[in-house]
Design a protein around this ligand. Sequence first.
Ligand code: FMN
Length: 187
Amino acid sequence: MLITSLDSPEKIWPKLLGELQQGVAEASHPFRYLTLATQGLHFPQVRMVVLREITSSLQLVVFTDFRSGKVSELIEKPRASLLFYHPTKKVQVRIKALASVHAGDEFAQGYWRSLAAHNRKEYTSLLAPGTKLNGPEQGTAWNEKENFFTVIAFSPLSIEVLQLSKQGHLRLEFDQASAWQGKWLAP
Ligand SMILES: Cc1cc2nc3c(=O)[nH]c(=O)nc-3n(C[C@H](O)[C@H](O)[C@H](O)COP(=O)(O)O)c2cc1C
């Protein structure tokens, strides 16, 4: 359990942020991965991504390839939803956020400089993600000179937490508009 009915929203907020930060710090933490939902052209789109950082201004940072579908979707419609689940603590976290896409700017370059060579390679594929191939070997050709490294920063508008519990589920919403004051919701 991350939270109990005895905790106040003020006490839960730092606990929640601490747990999300652990997703960044620990490779095996379940919050290392999140489901990112975007508004696609014809369908809602979902996919797993890695949580790379949570900045001091509470932006959640994800790395990707500029040519991937999620980038054009977020440039067109920057409203996104992020979903986390911790199976041992039985906690779901849902975040509504506005995305900003960074490619080639100082924000993105700071992260690029911190990447090891083998990690940089992931953003240098010759063919754009999702390109149709004649065979799998075509997908492992690398571009020596150009990279498509892109950082997406998600600024949360609301963060909702659901704690599953045999004693009764607990649900709260924290929203940016009220300076992250938490309110209990019916689960
Ligand atoms: C566990 C896991 C972690 C992933 N992490 C990332 C990631 O951090 N960034 C990324 O662009 N794609 C990541 N992917 C791949 C995406 O889920 C997705 O397949 C790819 O980015 C193309 O998505 P799009 O066409 O919707 O943009 C990950 C996939 C899995 C299964």
